[in-house]
Write a protein of this length. Structure first.
Length: 249
């Protein structure tokens, strides 16, 4: 249980869902962990659950200026960073005619622009070697209705797994991606729809998954442990699809 022993790790969006479960598993594997979030309630809950050894930071993932401040905090706390898990993101599902510029910018800001400038800000902080894992989405590959902007923002993030690999390999920084299918997290509950509508959305999505169920956060976190560990030292610019077979249809 020491696959990540003493690895200094930052997990964005680490107070709920996949990020929180990944923090749990990283701690179990011996890592030093920092997590970020924006909601004071979930920040405090994560602080209580993960313990006093975990650095819990309030940081806006969509604000480029905040990424520099976050990088300074990590440098001050850890000195260097061995693993970055870019997990913070939002799902905004709406038909084409319902989009406006503000909503477009918010999705791309949180799902792509902020993460891009976080990696840039952390360049002087990364150890050599280091690992970056990007949490993208199966929606980058499939034509699900009402996901135009979400899918495009995740496709942009997925592209970084290859382009940054080519650029950063010489610095000893590996970049890889996980692309989850539908996972049981609070993410869909933030769509602002009624319980009945949400149940309908969930059932519609479930019917598109060949194995007939949503994934569990632990099933994603285990993959991230692998990509962050030295076991994946020869894995560079890769995407691990974890979607219950959804993309095979």
């Amino acid at each position: 249980m020491n696959r990540l022993k003493d690895k200094r790790t930052l997990i964005t969006g680490g107070t709920t869902g996949i990020g929180l479960e990944t923090a749990r598993q990283f701690l179990a594997e011996g890592a030093h962990v920092a997590v970020t979030g924006t909601n004071p309630v979930t920040l405090e809950a994560a602080r209580k659950e993960l313990g006093s050894d975990v650095l819990v930071i309030a940081s806006n993932a969509g604000d480029p200026a905040a990424q520099g401040a976050l990088a300074k905090t990590i440098a001050g706390a850890f000195g260097q960073l061995d693993i970055l898990f870019v997990n913070a993101g939002i799902v905004d599902m709406r038909p084409l005619e319902a989009w406006d510029e503000a909503a477009f910018d918010r999705s791309f800001g949180i799902n792509f622009k902020g993460p891009y400038f976080l990696v840039q800000a952390l360049l002087p902080v990364f150890a050599k070697p280091a690992s970056i894992v990007l949490n993208t989405s199966i929606n980058a590959h499939i034509g699900m209705p009402n996901t135009t902007i979400y899918a495009a923002s995740k496709a942009a993030l997925l592209s970084l797994a290859k382009t940054l690999s080519g650029e950063l390999a010489g610095r000893g920084i590996r970049v890889n991606a996980v692309s989850p299918g539908p996972i049981k997290t609070p993410l869909l509950s933030k769509l602002g729809v009624s319980r009945e509508e949400l149940d309908g959305i969930n059932e519609s999505i479930r019917r598109q998954i060949p194995i007939g169920r949503f994934g569990d956060t632990a099933e994603i976190a285990k993959a991230i442990v692998f990509l962050g560990s030295d076991e994946s030292a020869f894995t560079v610019g890769s995407e691990l699809v974890i979607d219950g077979g959804m993309s095979t249809l």
